[in-house]
Design a protein. Structure first.
Lengths: 208, 208
DNA sequence: TCCTACATGGACCTTCTGGTCCAAGTCGAC
DNA sequence: GTCGACTTGGACCAGAAGGTCCATGTAGGA
């Protein structure tokens, strides 16, 4: 049931153009406001190409979810490379996110988080794709906390996975409030809250 | 341009049936998956009644946003009555939310938060309605923090409005993760994080 | 070079959807 | 009871959307 993979260089380029166009359009306008014809137009392809590489709209949307996940996680690569083994690293990560939202004037929200409300209740396979994306997103955070734990910088009762989930919740909620209020300060406040949670999990060396 | 208000008891009942049916359906399936005919069917009305009481789909959706806000905020009334002037109150509030999500098996997410991704980028008026709803939702939380501040239970540097926003972010993000992972433990973890933020804002009497 | 499988363009079909319209029914004030 | 305004039912319409099909073009291996 997976979409057909193109066998020529041309075909691969076409498939990519379709997927990227669809991903862009959906990030801009939302799932409901994007018709296949819009995707066809932006990707400069024809109906038959859409249906050659994707069985139907549903599968295209699932592929878009995967693609969006790649893009969002890819944007974090710089931070993931260095690892999250210190509070300073987390602060730098937060600063980047805030800067991104400020540049967008609080528009758009999280492309990945936004797909949850639009797909999760409607298509369980898409839901699973998004769940995996969030797992992959939290993993480097949790690894950072585990490192800090091993270095004895966090209280031993702290669960690194749960702390990562709590940080992700603050991030996603902060992006949602940023989007609905069109106010990038919201994500700053939310992430400051997340940093406060991390600080609270630290061994009481300095209350910083 | 606001929707017409019915002038007879029958008319009022019809309008209510339409609005409640639409609100239910959209909470269940999402905006895109609900057609006017679905609403017409569930509310046992006719097309002409839909268009008598609402100028069109867009205005109906805005009314649904308002109605959803009323329902979500109404569900909190019990907690708002008593006020949020202590940590124990916040814990009780969190417990109720977790219980609700557990009962739903993590399905559905937050009806209000879900509308953000579906409407905010598409209809600025609906976005404003939702923003107001979040303001109203945070207000009693902030009032609780202000009370605690006056009682000298929080550090004076704490901004009650920002703390309320941070808690709301944890709540919304936690609900999103609950929905995408179909796992009510996610909201528990997120709200424990929020409680940790509140604890961190307290005057260091007891680290409890 | 030729042949086959892949790629492309776009007409076409069916269904669904928001929206319009009007005729008939009901309610309440006088 | 009567009259006018409000309410209701549902047929109808135009356009959009997802999906199908086939004829044509192209590329790469034998």
């Amino acid at each position: 049931m997976p979409e057909l993979l193109p066998r020529t260089a041309n075909g691969r380029a076409t498939r990519r153009r379709i997927l990227d166009s669809a991903t862009e359009l959906i990030a801009e306008r939302g799932v409901a406001a994007v018709a296949l014809d819009d995707i066809r137009e932006r990707s400069r392809t024809s109906k038959s190409q859409l249906y050659l590489y994707f069985p139907g709209r549903r599968e295209l949307l699932q592929a878009v979810a995967r693609n969006t996940a790649c893009l969002v996680l890819g944007a974090q690569d710089g931070h993931v490379q260095g690892g999250f083994g210190s509070v300073a690293r987390f602060e730098a990560w937060c600063d980047d996110i805030v800067a991104g939202q400020t540049a967008l004037d609080g528009r758009g929200g999280c492309p990945l988080g936004g797909l949850v409300a639009q797909l999760a209740e409607h298509d369980d396979e898409a839901r699973a794709v998004l769940a995996q994306a969030f797992d992959a997103w939290e993993r480097p955070l949790a690894a950072g906390f585990r490192t800090m734990l091993e270095r004895d910088e966090l209280r031993p009762s702290v669960d690194p996975d749960e702390l990562a989930t709590a940080v992700m919740a603050s991030l996603q909620g902060g992006l949602l409030l940023t989007q609905v209020r069109r106010d990038p300060r919201q994500i700053r406040i939310a992430l400051d809250g997340a940093l406060a949670q991390i600080a609270a999990a630290r061994k009481s060396t300095a209350p910083a």
